[in-house]
Design a protein around this ligand. Structure first.
Ligand SMILES: NC(=O)c1ccc[n+]([C@@H]2O[C@H](COP(=O)([O-])OP(=O)(O)OC[C@H]3O[C@@H](n4cnc5c(N)ncnc54)[C@H](O)[C@@H]3O)[C@@H](O)[C@H]2O)c1
Length: 256
């Protein structure tokens, strides 16, 4: 059985679509404390175990000072670290092949890829120092494994994104690199690679949903619940011999 009693969780992006689901599940499964680091706070049901920290995770110095101050003994060190944030620049919508410029490309590599990698490095070092049997899960995407299919963006308002697959490939590389080094310290590091996840905004974009469903072997997008379920498995002891994996939660998108 999955047992999260006594587990301390740090999650980045826990107020988002998937993050909220993960926190609700971890809360129900009895985690001792869940620290949510996000630009916005979210009020969870029965939330006495959830602590919201309103921070910009891309400010690495701030996060490092927080860790230095607050994670100074084993009892305060996380057993589980999840990053499901989606940091990006204001011009993100223009980050396609036609409109992207070097400045915006570089900015997004820094905001998303570099913040994922460096926060992970800081947290894992804490886990190592306090001899935690740690579990880390970084959110990647199908686009960390395959390129974008341009047919998806035909006849609808969405564009391909130039930088996103490069960022997610980088995260997958980081996951393997961390997993290889920290395995001997009993710290597991995995990536989850979801396909498109349905949300209220996307539901209005019928053309995109149709295009997506035609390409995807399972004929539909994922629900946030389905993605969160795999996340729970990967951070739990049920996955105690799973490290360095890129878990595809994509209805078969990446096999064709
Ligand atoms: N939604 C999808 O279809 C989909 C598909 C594949 C992969 N993913 C990946 O899954 C993860 C979660 O996606 P989601 O749909 O839940 O995203 P979301 O946008 O709903 O949530 C992301 C959360 O990150 C927070 N955030 C953004 N910038 C931040 C910053 N600088 N500091 C702190 N918090 C910040 C936001 O406030 C938000 O609560 C992301 O990494 C995304 O790339 C999503």
């Amino acid at each position: 059985m999955i047992n999260f009693k006594n587990k301390i969780v740090f999650i980045v992006g826990g107020s988002g679509l998937v993050g909220k689901k993960i926190i609700s599940k971890l809360n129900k499964l009895g985690c001792k404390k869940i620290h949510n680091f996000d630009l916005k706070t979210h009020k969870f049901n029965n939330s006495n175990r959830v602590m919201n920290h309103k921070i910009d995770i891309t400010n690495i110095e701030n996060f490092n000072s927080f860790l230095k101050k607050k994670v100074n003994k084993k009892q305060l060190c996380p057993d589980i670290f999840i990053n499901c944030s989606y940091p990006h620049s204001k011009d993100w919508i223009r980050n396609n092949f036609k409109s992207v410029d070097h400045e915006d490309y570089e900015k997004n590599i820094n905001l998303h890829l570099n913040s994922y990698i460096w926060t992970t490095k800081l947290i894992i070092e804490k886990m190592k120092i306090f001899k935690k049997k740690g579990s880390v899960l970084l959110f990647s995407s199908i686009y960390g494994v395959v390129a974008q299919n341009n047919n998806l963006y035909k006849n609808n308002k969405l564009n391909e994104n130039f930088s996103y697959p490069i960022i997610k490939n980088g995260i997958n590389g980081g996951v393997k690199q961390f997993a290889a080094y920290y395995g001997k310290f009993n710290i597991r590091v995995n990536a989850i690679c979801p396909g498109g996840i349905i949300n209220n905004n996307l539901k209005k974009n019928i053309k995109f949903i149709n295009n997506y469903s035609k390409i995807c072997p399972m004929g539909r997008l994922a629900t946030p619940e389905e993605v969160a379920n795999t996340a729970i498995f990967l951070v739990s002891d049920l996955a105690s011999y799973t490290t360095g994996t890129l878990a595809m939660v994509d209805g078969g998108w990446s096999i064709i």
